[in-house]
Write a protein that binds this ligand. Structure first.
Ligand code: ADP
Ligand code: ZN
Length: 604
């Protein structure tokens, strides 16, 4: 039964990871917690049980704008779905409610704050319910990185509907968060289904900052011209400035942050979802539940606060399984800003310690010289036996070097200049420059003046960044960014501790002019037909526009790509393509077969 739904309704040929186990367990009426990486296929885990079990499945999902698209995507598949949220007209609400009462609905999406309102509770009490699915369940955890107070009320579900199975789903949850979810949602004897967290199609890279904009521009040009992507920045101001700059560079970029009006946010989000090739420049306010499967890159121009956040944000790339990039640029300034934000926050001591620990793990990740995927997965308690071959460190191995002596020089320079200066000044002293300022302070006469002439300014920046990242030096934000020693500095200064660092290699100035290297495995030239690809995409966009839905709701990129490669000529052949289920075959089969046939004639 569940296989039939998978094949006929969704058009997929097999389950991924643990989907089948989860679905069987849920269809049988059990509670469970599902941990799957973004793009792992969580939705199917409750959608199929919602379709198969008698009654309506209630899906709690935090973002209204996305709810709409999810409901639309289900309807396109021929599934009876509706949403209940504040963006609906009164008539639409009445319609949805009537459908629930009449048992005419497989899935009902509800915003968390609405779920426990009296009206909805009454409605659900009258209806026959098949399950509750709580998406983004980590929002219930106060220790998680994305706590939402309205999620706390969900504990009441257990009291109101003790017999309806509950399935909680999330992409990120460490041990503590998991326990909190099970506890708060009252999941009874619930197994935890943990899927592999690996996202093999995502390529991770972190580049030391030199000129962030030029570096990002180079990355776009080389690998992602015209692609849809997300660019994360820490502040609203930087989001606005970056979006404006990109627009000036001819990139179809839009800003998104909590400071924009609701209408503009919604408009930008809609464009991102619906059009091809939009680059969204955003704060972390953007992204939860984003259901765009062909995001080809996620770029961080500022550091995330934790590996969980980083993994979740980068996980928004490549949900269709095609190659995607997670790219980050990072420098001393970012370390300093984040450290001071975390240290200066007015959270309680325990919370602060936790945040510092998370940030340290994140910084450690940035400075890795070994496989990034192995470290990421290890963080989530998983082992990846071999280096992955699809991260920057695997593709271009980095050297590490014994930087003990350089660290001592840097530290003693900090000490001898009175712990009052920032990195740029200290580097000038180390390299023996004789600026007015250095002379004025008499720092051209101290023993550390000129002891670092053997390293370039670029190399010294790398040294300072890595020392601060590891807590071997500290930057005092209240002292205008002056660098100070820490307790950890002394063992290094005394020669009791060795320091190994990654050797950052300055990219050659001509790097941008080099022949572009294709990052995505190119389609097979023997079967690839760019003209057909464009024609299929154009046709999809036309259909999508006509219905006011995002293109991927009609067919995913991966489905179109398979059409180009296999060139189906009959409805049966078309049905064999991933993502073509019965309803879509009926609705769009003839159309797309027509586009393919026309291309055949054109090329034959
Ligand atoms: P998540 O919610 O875990 O981030 P989704 O449920 O949105 O992931 O699924 C990610 C993508 O994978 C979607 O495009 C979905 O259609 C596709 N998908 C999910 N399960 C399968 C499957 N068994 N076979 C093929 N594609 C799948
Ligand atoms: Zn690797």
């Amino acid at each position: 039964m569940i296989r039939r739904v998978l094949e006929r309704t969704f058009g997929y040929s097999g389950f991924r990871g643990q989907q089948e186990e989860v679905i069987r367990h849920t269809v049988d009426g059990g509670d469970c917690l599902v941990l799957m990486p973004t793009g792992g296929g969580k939705s199917l885990c409750y959608q199929i049980p919602g379709i198969v079990r008698e009654g309506t499945g209630v899906v709690v999902s935090p973002l209204i704008a996305l709810m709409r698209d999810q409901v639309e995507a289900l309807r396109q598949l021929g599934v009876r779905a509706a949403g209940l949220n504040s963006s609906l007209s009164y008539r639409e609400v009445l319609e949805a409610e009537a459908a629930v009462r009449a048992g005419r609905l497989d899935l009902l999406y509800v915003a968390p704050e609405r779920l426990l309102g009296e009206r909805t509770l009454n409605l659900l009490a009258e209806a026959r319910l098949s399950l509750f699915a709580i998406d983004e369940a980590h929002c219930v955890s106060q220790w998680g990185h994305d706590f939402r107070p309205e999620y706390l009320q969900l504990s009441a579900l257990r009291d109101h509907f003790p017999d309806v199975p509950r399935i909680a789903l999330t992409a990120t949850a460490d041990e503590l968060t998991r326990r909190e979810i099970v506890d708060r949602l009252g999941l009874r004897g619930a197994p935890v289904f943990v899927s592999g967290f690996d996202r093999p199609n995502i390529r991770y890279s972190v580049v030391p900052k030199n000129n962030a904009r030029a570096q990002f521009r180079g990355f776009l040009d080389r690998h992602h011209r015209g692609d849809a992507g997300i660019v994360y920045c820490l502040s609203r101001k930087k989001v606005d400035a970056t979006a404006e700059w990109l627009q000036g560079e001819g990139v179809d970029a839009l800003p998104y942050h909590a400071g924009l009006g609701a209408a503009e946010r919604r408009r930008n989000q809609d464009r991102f979802q619906r059009d091809e090739g939009v680059v969204m420049v955003a704060t972390i306010a953007f992204g939860m539940g984003i259901d765009k499967s062909n995001v080809r890159f996620v770029a961080h121009l500022d550091l995330p606060k934790s590996i969980e956040a980083y993994y979740q944000e980068t996980g928004r790339g490549g949900r269709d399984g095609l190659p995607a990039s997670a790219w980050m640029v990072y420098g001393l300034q970012e370390v300093v800003t984040l450290r001071s934000m975390v240290e200066g926050s007015d959270a309680g001591e325990a919370r602060k310690r936790l945040e510092v620990r998370k940030l340290d793990a994140m910084l450690g990740y940035c400075e890795l010289t070994t496989c990034r995927r192995q470290t990421l997965l290890a963080y989530f308690g998983e082992t990846h036996p071999e280096p992955c071959g699809n991260c920057d460190n695997c593709l271009t191995p980095v050297d590490s070097w014994d930087a003990t002596e350089a660290s001592q020089k840097a530290m003693s320079c900090v000490y001898r200049t009175g712990q009052r200066f920032g990195a740029a000044y200290l580097i000038d002293v180390l390299r023996g420059r004789e600026t007015d300022r250095i002379q004025r302070f008499g720092h051209d006469r101290i023993p550390t003046h000129g002891v670092g002439a053997d390293l370039s300014a670029y190399e010294w920046r790398s040294v300072f960044r890595q020392l601060v990242a590891r807590g071997l030096l500290w930057v005092d934000m209240e002292g205008f960014g002056s660098i100070r020693l820490t307790d950890e500095s002394w063992p290094v200064l005394r020669g009791e501790m060795h320091v190994h660092m990654r050797r950052d290699v300055r990219p050659p100035a001509a790097a941008r002019k080099r022949k572009p290297r294709a990052e995505q495995p190119p389609p097979d030239p023997a079967t690839w037909d760019e003209g057909l690809w464009e024609a299929l995409r154009a046709h999809r966009l036309e259909l999508a526009r006509a219905q006011g839905v995002p293109p991927y709701v009609i067919f995913h990129d991966a489905t179109l790509r398979e059409m180009v490669e296999r060139r189906p000529g009959t409805p049966e052949e078309l049905a064999g393509i991933t993502g073509v289920g019965e309803t879509k075959l009926e609705r769009y089969g003839e159309d797309f077969l027509g586009v393919i046939a026309k291309a055949e004639r054109g090329s034959g």
